[in-house]
Design a protein around this ligand. Sequence first.
Ligand SMILES: *Cc1c(COP(=O)(O)O)cnc(C)c1O
Length: 344
Amino acid sequence: MIAYLKESLAKTPREPLGFFPTPFHRLERLSDLLGIHLYIKRDDFTGVSLFGGNKVRKLEFLIGDAIQNSYDTIITFGATQSNHVMETITACCKSGLKAIAYLEDLVDTSKDDLKGNLLLDTILGAEIHIVSDPDGNAMEKLYEMAHARAQALNAEGHKCYLIPIGGASDVGTIGYISGYMELRSQLEAAGISPDYLFTTTGSGGTLAGLLAGHAVCKDNFNIIAITAEDKPETYEAHVNTLAERALFALDINMTIEGKECTIDRGYFGEGYEIPSEAASEAIRLLAQTEGIFTDPVYTGKCFAGLIDYVKTGKIPQGSHVVFLHTGGTTALFAESKIIGSLAL
Ligand SMILES: *Cc1c(COP(=O)(O)O)cnc(C)c1O
């Protein structure tokens, strides 16, 4: 089955965008401090630019699919500080595709003082539409606008490819099946058999890809996914289905139950893009002991969860733990509402 998966992956259209394999290494000082064997997978180093992250893996397959099917325009969605949107626009620039972004303003963007990813989106020259809607209907409005724009462009002879939030389609998820196989060969080469893999989860594509790879390889370590926001009860089933669909696209028919996966809703604090004190502390700790930056929206909250699992004994001392760094550090240069007490 593993050989078949590898063959299937190799046959799937893929646009080379990033730098792979990303580094994998031990965190010496933090391992000593926490009493575990702690390793980090550096998907903050995926490229294309200095500001990489997990979406680049998905985009290699999404853009590959778009190019294979002769699309010339990519339309996607997210918050104004979305890493996914910035990485998608970057991928479009590199691939010669037109990029259109529909963004929800969660933090009251100031037009004459652009920050973080929105600044990068602007430098990259994307067509940007921003909607803020205090009633919480912004996404619906954005989808409507995007579909109307796509229809108009298609009528002019263009071909528009819509990428969902976070790139979490079956095609995008294949990127993290591939990422899982990459991590697995690094673990094997280093002779490490992990007990836990920590990741953060948002749209679910990254986790679904990891779960799919984990199931095909019949690995049995635990995957702990810390959510970046509250998630409905149906989220587990959603992720499992996404994993199944991605495998199906690779011609593998398999039921994913996610038995060895825990989706933990305990560390997002008050919500998406709202800073938490535990995350700020975790960000400072990782920076001050290892010189590595995490972000207040995703990876900082995940790392706060990891530290808490160790401190409360949910993870025994001496365990082998892998932390998947999914990127997102441009949020450190976002609006002060997002960075919170880190600036103090
Ligand atoms: C998007 C994102 C995630 C979540 O990944 P999903 O595949 O959407 O679940 C995690 N970390 C960072 C930095 C992200 O940008």
